[in-house]
Design a protein around this ligand. Sequence first.
Ligand SMILES: Nc1ccn([C@@H]2O[C@H](COP(=O)(O)OP(=O)(O)OP(=O)(O)O)[C@@H](O)[C@H]2O)c(=O)n1
Ligand SMILES: C[C@](O)(CO)[C@H](O)COP(=O)(O)O
Length: 238
Amino acid sequence: MVEQKAAASRLWAVVPAAGLGSRFGAQLPKQYMSLAGKTVIEHSIAALLRCDELSGVVVALHVDDKIFSGLPCANNAKVMQIVGGAERSESVELALAGLSAAADQDWVLVHDAARPCLSDQDIQALLLRAREHPVGGLLAARVVDTVKRASSQGEAVATVDRNDLWRALTPQLFRYGALRDALIHCRERGLPVTDEASAMEYIGGRPLLVEGSHRNIKITYPDDLTMAAFFLAGGVNV
Ligand SMILES: Nc1ccn([C@@H]2O[C@H](COP(=O)(O)OP(=O)(O)OP(=O)(O)O)[C@@H](O)[C@H]2O)c(=O)n1
Ligand SMILES: C[C@](O)(CO)[C@H](O)COP(=O)(O)O
């Protein structure tokens, strides 16, 4: 009997970009702030598009977004747009629903539009390690500061053992079907999901932590844009 060879899993990307950047406090959503000659989101998407095996990217936009369609990357044949939701997790779930060509066993990279300093090296490290893992994985960085738990009065009440603490970054890489089902599971139960890995954890998964660069910062406050410009200009090579 001739065994049917399983079709190779394809690689997709989802870019949550429907936020309004309230903590950043600018007139424009932070993903559209200028950075090193382009907008923040263009750097984030460009990093994904440099990955040759990517089949397509779905960008989740705010319903009132009038900017993205005017960017050069919006005309890239691999780039699709959908309207996101009120929460980041909802935007990701809607983007997955928009990936009609994806098969359950395909892989999906979810990468914040607000993380413009993602390196090719980190993407390749995540793809190499997480695709060999039964659940998938995420880029992450070890916590290097002492961590305090605060009281409601803003006083340090405890020091948290940081030896096993990591900061979750993006991209995060999971199988399309498993991630879709995990996000639905969490939404139906009102479980708080701030990243894709937490949804996978809720259904019993243990995503692989792949150490990534501390330069892969999330633009949250204005100072982050200054740091990102420094990193994209090459930073200090030690
Ligand atoms: N409903 C939402 C909220 C956020 N995001 C995206 O998720 C990423 C990380 O979210 P965050 O840094 O919190 O962005 P904002 O929600 O814009 O920031 P803030 O919380 O300060 O308003 C960003 O690329 C943001 O555009 C999204 O797609 N949909
Ligand atoms: C997904 C994320 O960037 C991982 O650290 C983070 O959880 C996003 O949080 P935000 O409050 O939506 O920015």
